[in-house]
Ligand binder design. Sequence first.
Ligand code: DGL
Length: 263
Amino acid sequence: MIGIFDSGLGGLTAVEELRKAMPEADFVYFGDTARIPYGTRTVETIRAYALQDCRFLMSQGVTSILIACGTVSTNALDVIRSTFPVPVVGVVEGAAKKAAEIASKGKGRVLVLGTPATVKSGAFEKELRKNGCDGVMSIACPMFVPLAENGYTTVKHIAAVEIAREYLAPAVDFCPDAVILGCTHYPLLSEVISHFLPDSVLVSSGAEAVAELKKSLTSRGALCGGGKGKYYVSDGLEGFAESARRFLQTPVTDVTAIDINSY
Ligand code: DGL
């Protein structure tokens, strides 16, 4: 069983990909809705929250962990990998590889969009350089998270368009070949981001992580199950069920509230 977690519903962009790529996989999803956002917190707090989230997933018997959160992947992957005895996949490596590949066929330019903690970590830049890409611009877009959580996600939403205009202004002249959506909430705003960067390919970090996890599970012969998903949140059970239903376009009934502070 796969354990997936995020600070809120952004990780559902990875769940959506997971259900397409591995429909047979059973999974447990945890959204830390009581403590969102993670992306504006200190590294110490992000690491402490991430360890609690993983302890909860381990208590559910998961045999691999997908960190469906850019903030945690860029700030706590090492401590999660060294603490838990299961394979752990974050969202950095796959997305950087894909974006570098796209850039190598173009002008060699990649734009990284992420939370302040993700941008501050420099983790995507480091991974892009490893993949031979030096033309990197990074922009922190913290207000994209509440926009996504509240469903302000299309070009019809003036607030979303105006916030994106301000955040993305420096990137318009940079004209990137690829844009890494380094926060798993951001694919929800794809329409708005593409409105300002119509010639750039958007790379969903969650989707690339799912592809990486699939490879790892397949190579170990560990891809099995009945396609069951269970959802847990630390607050706001009904709001999450409604948002998840809207987002995944299928009823999400199996949602349970837990006290994450007890893990
Ligand atoms: N979805 C999370 C990420 O990928 C972060 C949102 C937040 O909690 O700030 O970074």
